[in-house]
Design a protein around this ligand. Structure first.
Ligand code: AKG
Ligand code: FE2
Length: 326
């Protein structure tokens, strides 16, 4: 069942496409604008080698084609990391999706994957892309150059990769659906991503929708050569609400299978997160969020359902001392 707002507008309406090969200051301006208005944009000419992307995609297809027995036998170090089918998170959310979720710094787990080297190359490439985007963001916000990127570049950064496979539907039987039988199924219910920034790409099958400021759902056209970028909760906090942690969901028709790969760039667990001083101007922008560690935020997040707002819990209207991030 699809819950929440059902109003859907035209495909890609208002979704910025940012060409990263443009002049640097143009790119940073466009990134900041997109983060402020929607919290979501696509990047093209992003510099990630197509062979790294194609290898990751092909290996993911091979993985999901294996038997359930083989898939559940890969075991990351601890919960919630694992191969999962339908159930998302620890609080009873579910969707028409199977996925592989793991920490990017879990060598014991990665060595169990036959596609270990494809995954490592992919992680390194998308981490560089996220760092580049965060540095461009910092430039335009006129904050110290690596304010954001330093959080995701240390050995103990808590970044995660999720490979999602939304399978085709057999309509409850073993036959192929005809057109009249097809219904939109929730692949991944509405949520925001908790980390700093997510870079996501998919095969050529759509399904992703983002919620705009008018609370209308905008379907995102699939573009295998682009990366989608989502602002996460922590970036909303660090920018003191100037950037929007975008709500998004996946509705799957089940006619063709969708494969997506999301890299969630997160800080070390002990990193202190709060609005950065430059984003607080006493007169018209009081501090909106308390300071917390990423570990505390994560723990609280696990106690909620997918669509619940974690950020509300950390809001404040009181002035606190300025914090230094990390
Ligand atoms: O499959 C998609 O396009 C989105 C998946 C997603 O939002 C997530 O894994 O957090
Ligand atoms: Fe997400």
């Amino acid at each position: 069942m699809v819950k929440g707002s059902q109003k859907i507008v035209a495909v890609d309406q208002g979704i910025p496409i940012i060409d990263m090969s443009q002049e640097r200051s143009q790119v940073s301006k466009q990134i900041v604008k997109a983060c402020e208005t929607l919290g979501f944009f696509k990047v093209v000419n992003h510099g990630v080698d197509q062979t790294i992307i194609s290898r990751m995609e092909q290996e993911s297809i091979n993985f999901f084609a294996k038997s359930v027995h083989e898939k559940i036998s890969v075991k990351p170090a601890n919960q919630p990391f694992r191969y999962g089918f339908r159930d998302i998170g620890l609080k009873g959310d579910s969707g028409e999706v199977e996925y592989l979720l793991f920490h990017t710094n879990d060598p014991a787990f990665l060595s169990q994957l036959s596609f270990n080297s494809a995954v490592n190359c992919y992680i390194e490439a998308v981490n560089q892309l996220v760092s580049k985007i965060l540095d461009l963001t910092a430039e335009e916000l006129r904050v110290p150059p690596s304010t954001f990127s330093k959080l995701i570049s240390t050995v103990d950064s808590d970044s995660v990769l999720r490979v999602n496979h939304y399978p085709t539907s057999d309509c409850g039987t073993n036959r192929v659906c005809d057109k009249s039988e097809s219904v939109m199924r929730v692949g991944f219910g509405e949520h925001t991503d908790p980390q700093i920034l997510t870079v996501l790409r998919s095969n050529g099958i759509g399904g992703l929708q983002v919620l705009n400021s008018d609370r209308l759902w905008v379907p995102v056209s699939p573009d295998p050569s682009a990366f989608c970028v989502n602002v996460g909760d922590l970036l909303q906090v660090m920018t003191n609400g100037r950037f929007i942690s975008v709500k998004h969901r996946v509705l799957a028709s089940g006619k063709e299978s969708r494969l997506s790969t999301a890299y969630f760039a997160g800080p070390p667990l002990q990193a202190k997160i709060g609005p950065i001083p430059a984003m607080i101007t006493a007169v018209n922008q009081p501090r909106l969020y308390q300071t917390f560690t990423w570990g505390e935020y994560k723990k609280f997040g696990y106690s909620l359902r997918l669509e619940d707002s974690r950020l509300d819990m950390f809001r404040t209207y009181k002035d606190e001392d300025d914090v230094n991030v990390f």
